[in-house]
Design a protein around this ligand. Structure first.
Ligand SMILES: NC(=O)c1ccc[n+]([C@@H]2O[C@H](COP(=O)([O-])OP(=O)(O)OC[C@H]3O[C@@H](n4cnc5c(N)ncnc54)[C@H](O)[C@@H]3O)[C@@H](O)[C@H]2O)c1
Length: 258
């Protein structure tokens, strides 16, 4: 298990969920892993478990990224994974196009999109010395289709999808072997779903509705997304850049339930 041996990686939002699974998969493939998150306790626990290094990083903060650049001036792999839906707040604010507040719209874009922009900018600079590297941006199924009740999330994820291609083409044009690709998960069971699933009897019904809308009739697992990240991070994907990989149990393969 040494597909990433000798490589240094940084994963954002790695304290739990998909980011944690990616950090663990990278470590088990031989990479050095810098675990970053705003959740210090949980992030340190993940780093300890895999023999990695923890650094507090709010991806929406330019000053935090400057700190990362000072601490880690060179890098082989970056995963821009940290993301929010906008439904973390209680009571849950409106996120439809008619009723959403500008402050809520901006807050989602600050983490998801600004965070990815700042991460890509840092990574290009940190990978330039070797002239090679892999940047993996975690977008979403929601970056490919409209989501009326989560418009800021969908907009930010669509912009991540597009920025991935700008970064890929920029690096190629510069003669750099820095690849940039996006992963588009959907319905992966992580703590991100908690505010949307809620508690009580309605929770099982909501879960069942999501499963019924998924062609493979189940939720995905964070480890299944991590496996795709390992592939994109490794030299096996040497000719892949600007690509988007969906991992969604078949949701985006069709347009109706029949
Ligand atoms: N779970 C899914 O079904 C699903 C589907 C599509 C896309 N995604 C995307 O996958 C990524 C990971 O999602 P998840 O399901 O593991 O979510 P999660 O909520 O379980 O974990 C997100 C992590 O990001 C961290 N985080 C939040 N704001 C941050 C900030 N400003 N700076 C740094 N870290 C921050 C949180 O502390 C948390 O550890 C997100 O970008 C999400 O949009 C998830």
């Amino acid at each position: 298990m040494t597909r990433l041996a000798g490589k240094t990686s940084l994963v954002t939002g790695a304290a739990r969920g998909i980011g944690e699974a990616i950090a663990k998969a990278f470590a088990s493939e031989g990479a050095q892993v810098i675990v970053t998150d705003i959740d210090t306790d949980q992030g340190e626990a993940v780093a300890d478990a895999i023999g990695g290094t923890f650094l507090r990083l709010d991806v929406s903060s330019e000053a935090d990224w400057d700190n990362v650049a000072r601490r880690f001036p060179t890098l082989d792999i970056l995963v821009n994974n940290a993301g929010i839906t906008g439904f973390e707040e209680q009571p849950t604010p409106s996120h439809d196009p008619e009723n959403a507040q500008l402050s809520h719209w901006r807050a989602v874009h600050a983490v998801n999109l600004d965070g990815t922009f700042l991460g890509c900018r840092y990574a290009i600079r940190a990978m330039r010395a070797k002239g090679a590297g892999s940047i993996i941006n975690i977008s979403s199924r929601s970056g490919v289709v409209g989501v009326p009740m989560a418009a800021a999330y969908a907009s930010s994820k669509a912009a991540i999808r597009n920025h991935t291609k700008s970064v890929a083409l920029y690096c190629a044009a510069q003669g750099l072997n820095i690849r940039c690709n996006s992963i588009h998960p959907a319905a992966v069971m992580t703590p991100m779903w908690e505010p949307m699933l809620g508690q009580g009897p309605a929770r099982a019904e909501r879960e069942a509705a999501i499963v019924a809308d998924t062609p493979m009739r189940r939720f995905g697992r964070p480890e299944e997304v991590a496996a795709i990240a390992v592939l994109l991070a490794s030299d096996e994907a040497a000719y892949m850049t600007g690509a988007e990989l969906t991992i969604d149990g078949g949701i985006l393969a069709g347009s109706t339930g029949i």
